[in-house]
Design a protein around this ligand. Sequence first.
Ligand code: ADP
Ligand code: F6P
Length: 455
Amino acid sequence: MPKSKPIVIVANRLPVQRVGDRFVESAGGLVTALVPTLKARGGAWVGWPGVSTPLRRFRFENFRVQPVHISEAEEDGFYNQFSNRTLWPLYHDAIRTPEFDHSWWRPYVVVNHRYAKAAAAVAPRNGLVWVHDYHLQLVPAMLRSMRPDVRIGFFLHVPFPPEELFAWLPWRERILEGLLGADVVGFQTQASARNFSRAAREYNLAEGTDTELAVGRRKVRVGTFPISIDFQWFAEAASKPESLREASLLKRRLGASRKILLSVDRLDYTKGIDLRLLAFEAMLKRKRVRVSECVFIQIASPSREPVHEYAQMRVRIEQLVGRINGEFSEPGRVAVHYFRRGYTREQLAAYYRAADVMIVTPLRDGMNLVAKEFVATRSDYSGVLVLSEFAGAARELRQATIVNPRNIEGMADAFETALNTSKRDARHRMAILRTIVRRHDVFEWADNFLEALAG
Ligand code: ADP
Ligand code: F6P
């Protein structure tokens, strides 16, 4: 039975972090999804501890933690540069121009090889190894050459770009060969899965259909596995008396009669934070909705700060917030509240619960878990979700108000409409959204992938 087989997870980051002299579970979608699975099956997690001092392998609960050591110079070439200045922008519709620097490719290969070696060392005979995300696309083929006995899965959390963009990459064949080393390659959407299969055929590295490729005599299954969240956790956390108290306190402090528009993102240029601020500004300029009636809260957690494009986006956002507040705020009525910090999941649940309109408008996003988290917290069936058509989540959450994040006036219209949505309409849509997220939670996602991998 697939459920009983131990697994080895290989992901850029470890699921634990050091707090004082002990390790605690880190927050984040992947950890929530896979730690329970690992605890149930046993196995190992191979990843980077995020510090440059080497760490020994250790046990956490009933699985093994295998740290991969990355020097500071390698961290820069592998993570900041190749992963986040070449692959990240290229895979997100080239929203920022990707840089193709040959000196960054080498650390990407070296670090991928180190992850593959670490996985090869811990994987049991004929075991299952599940590799994650764009940082580690060479690992499947490297691992296969070291350990032909294991079954290898790969899941890409970000979009796989269309052919015309993927073709820009000087190392495109190497990346495809790396991924084709897996037995199962999984994507968030059908479009990404199709883009990958087409690229593999285009470069004559595989034959077959969009869902099953042949590399010589070996079969590679290509599938769509939309990631999700721990629905139950968010639903329960947001319904706790502390969260409800927190949410109503927040509403009182902002002005009980004001409707709250909320956004929660990593501070990333793919998230469209600047464009949605412009849309909020456009809405206020129309003077049909005033700051006495609504407030916009943008929560943005600092992310990848050494990367220039991220620092630039921070400056742009902060200028826009200043501009909008300078123009529209009134004494005791700030138009935009901007909180650049991380929150606990419990705190986020209270914010989600306080919001009237949740605005999730990335320019491109593999999935976007924030949209699903918001839905899970609305056990009173209130609240409206405004969602970008370019988020993977839009394929599933069709009852949301779907917008084009580049259409500023269109988004302003959508915000206005969302603020005026009747309780009945909101309730009807939220009921459908909640059914979808409840049925397809993160545990189902992990089970589906592992079932496909077990063959
Ligand atoms: P990405 O993977 O690109 O960051 P997602 O929306 O899929 O985007 O996932 C983001 C995750 O990070 C969600 O689980 C969300 O709750 C969490 N998150 C976002 N902003 C914050 C914040 N300010 N503090 C804590 N967690 C956050
Ligand atoms: O969604 C892509 C992703 O790389 C996730 O895997 C990760 O949790 C998130 O972005 C944050 O990125 P980083 O690990 O670079 O802080």
